[in-house]
Design a protein around this ligand. Structure first.
Ligand SMILES: [Zn+2]
Length: 417
């Protein structure tokens, strides 16, 4: 009798282990240091959703050949005066950072999942696909740009967009793929007289348009809204809203949140009842461009878009999954703009809701400032084991090469070294 009970319990436990799906949503907000988030929160008078996540630490972002050293990062750590024009100026780009995040390995700036053009890196998405997971790769900027490229493409030069988009389209990894960069539309939504094939080549575009690939092309905002509302949405999709590069905040294109929820519905249904789950990389790419341009107002608008997307995905998980099976990470690939307080200290300060805070940009480029790393769901305390140090101002930090390690551990997948 006892044997029978033990056997029954064992069978139930095994069945539960087999059917528990694992989902990872990795949100990369490009060019977003903690002050970019503070700027939105202080202006709006609202806390972002990610502030309520249980894990709130930092993440270092340096590329191959550089480092992060707290003793060099601060001119005066107790007064919180960063060496933002000195040591912190040597930094990663989005290609090396996307490589580190997705593959767990450092490379030179400009490289996507390659080292010196020779060694191809495996990534979380590739390993997840091999293990039977569904994968999606969606962004609010051009979908061949470095951050979405880093999910499953390889390139010696991040600017080679046509070969990168070709790899993303043809490597068989993605159920949902896309973002800005429709060859036929201006950013204001008007049709071009002649197409510009910056992101996708004319032959690939023709193949998608005539249905010669597995992907259904989605261009109209109404179709994005329908997918976001459709609990039964299923299939493979290329998202190509009607804009030439960065998606504007405008009625003719979907919001980042709408694309995110549409993607989650599709992944869930493609996954099916007995599926393993999914890995979804969503990039909010526009804060980087706002901060390169030292445009605080635009940064606020795009962090608002990020926050809306994160909130929509948290609500989706509450309704359609649970926080044991689904983990959401919100982080950045690097800081952009060297944002600091006007008094030279690091953290910016509020002038009350409705007013821009006390901030100034110190560069039109990136910095080596660690970026925020927020996690909700999955294995509690998953990233504690990867903490590498405690900066006197930023606090505990992991490195961006640790992100994929935690994801691989949670999803029980192996990256090939
Ligand atoms: Zn940038």
């Amino acid at each position: 009798m006892l044997k029978k009970i033990i056997l029954t319990i064992a069978v139930i436990a095994m069945a539960a282990a087999c059917f528990a799906e694992k989902n990872v949503i990795l949100v990369v907000s490009d060019g977003t240091g903690i002050n970019a988030i503070n700027m939105y929160e202080q202006f709006s008078g609202k806390k972002t959703v990610m502030r309520s996540f249980p894990t709130k630490i930092f993440c270092t972002t340096y590329c191959y050949g550089l480092d992060f050293d707290s003793s060099k990062a601060w001119k005066d750590a107790s007064a919180q005066i960063p060496d933002i024009e000195g040591y912190l100026r040597n930094c990663t780009d989005s290609a090396a950072s996307a490589t580190a995040i997705n593959s767990g390995r450092k490379t030179y700036n400009g490289h996507v999942n390659l080292f010196s053009g020779l060694e191809h890196y495996d990534t979380v998405a590739l390993a997840a696909k091999r293990a039977g997971y569904r994968v999606a790769d969606v962004t609010s900027v051009s979908w061949a740009d470095a951050t979405p490229a880093g999910v499953s493409a390889h390139s010696i030069a991040r600017g080679r967009w046509n070969p990168i988009s070709h790899e993303l389209l043809s490597n068989g990894i993605n159920d949902v793929l896309g973002g800005g960069g429709n060859p036929w539309y201006h950013t204001n939504g008007t049709k071009k007289e002649e197409a510009s094939y910056n992101v996708i080549s004319s032959s690939d575009w023709d193949d998608v348009s005539k249905g010669a690939t597995p992907y259904k092309l989605i261009e109209d905002r109404e179709d994005f809204l329908a997918l976001a509302a459709d609990k039964n949405a299923k299939g493979k999709f290329l998202f190509s809203p009607k804009c030439s590069g960065d998606m504007p905040i405008a009625d003719h294109v979907p919001t980042t949140a709408e694309m995110a929820v549409a993607t989650l519905n599709i992944l869930k249904n493609n996954n099916g009842k007995d599926g393993k789950g999914f890995f979804f990389m969503l990039e909010e790419g526009r804060p980087d461009h706002a901060n390169h341009a030292n445009n605080g107002e635009n940064n606020v608008a795009f962090i608002n878009a990020l926050d809306d997307a994160v909130r929509a995905m948290v609500e989706w998980v509450n309704k359609n999954s649970n926080w044991n099976d689904t983990m959401i990470i919100v982080t950045a690939d690097h800081e952009t703009g060297g944002i600091r307080n006007t008094d030279g200290t690091y953290f910016i300060t509020s002038n009350g809701a409705g007013n821009m805070p006390n901030y100034e940009y110190t560069t039109g480029g990136h910095t080596n400032c660690p970026v925020p790393f927020f996690v909700k769901g999955g294995t509690p305390g998953l990233y504690n084991r990867y903490i590498r140090g405690k900066d006197p101002v930023w606090g505990k930090y992991i490195d961006n090469t640790d992100i994929s390690k935690g994801i691989a551990r949670f999803m029980d997948i192996r990256l090939i070294k």
